[in-house]
Design a protein around this ligand. Structure first.
Ligand SMILES: [Fe+2]
Length: 227
């Protein structure tokens, strides 16, 4: 082959490789876009499901969404958000198991009897069963199962203690309590930010993981600026 012919062939190869690279790049971008769309659609679906499950009042929907936003921000501040990509689904669906609790117990106007409490306390396990077999809901299922566990082991349904409780569930416990405290409820006005911070600090080590609280406190003023 002459030098000229070799040069022509090399040029053809280079053009082919260039075209192939551009096609692959376009395909990768398309795939990335499709994944983003899929993730948004999952989130919308889960959010709708959560709102349907808890469609009691306007507060619940906003509370769920704030818990999701606060929880993701806290996981991010802890440097583990990428390790728990589906935690936000669990934050939204934490009480989904209440669909399995009889209406007469859920909406009982007076205090529950000991037997009724035993039934009520099964809702984390019912919710966990609903999500346990969905492969992309592993962390979400853990959050649902453990959202009433306490750091000192005094929670339910399993009385798990310390780091035996999934980190995403320990994060949820803090942001759920924080949002409940800093929001007006029918039976009491919202606590001030300072008051909520004091309460959360007081419960670090008993109800909450102290390491999670330590990272949350500097973050919470940004999440809920004092008015
Ligand atoms: Fe619950």
């Amino acid at each position: 082959m002459t030098e000229e012919a070799l040069e022509r062939q090399l040029l053809v190869f280079a053009n082919d490789i260039g075209a192939l690279y551009r096609r692959e790049q376009a395909r990768a971008q398309e795939l990335e876009g499709a994944l983003r769309t899929l993730k948004t659609q999952y989130l919308e679906t889960v959010r709708t499901l959560a709102f349907v499950v808890e469609a009691k009042d306007a507060y619940t929907g906003q509370h769920l969404e704030r818990c999701r936003v606060y929880g993701v921000a806290l996981l991010d501040a802890l440097g583990v958000a990428a390790d728990y990509p589906d935690a936000e689904f669990g934050f939204l669906l934490h009480d989904a198991g209440k669909v399995g609790i009889p209406e007469r117990i859920l909406n009982k106007p007076g205090p529950l009897t000991a037997a009724e409490w035993r039934v009520m306390r099964t809702h984390p396990l019912i919710g966990h069963q609903m999500l346990a077999d969905i492969p992309f809901m592993r962390t979400a299922a853990e959050v649902v199962r453990s959202h009433h566990e306490m750091f000192d082991g005094s929670g339910y349904p399993e009385g798990l203690k310390g780091k035996d409780i999934s980190l995403a569930a320990r994060v949820f416990a803090v942001v759920d309590a924080f949002d409940a405290m800093t929001t007006d409820r029918p039976y009491r006005a919202a606590l001030s930010l300072d008051h909520a911070v004091t309460e959360i600090e007081r419960m670090a080590g008993t109800q909450f993981d102290p390491e999670v609280v330590k990272v949350f406190l500097p973050l919470c003023e940004r999440l809920r600026p004092a008015s």
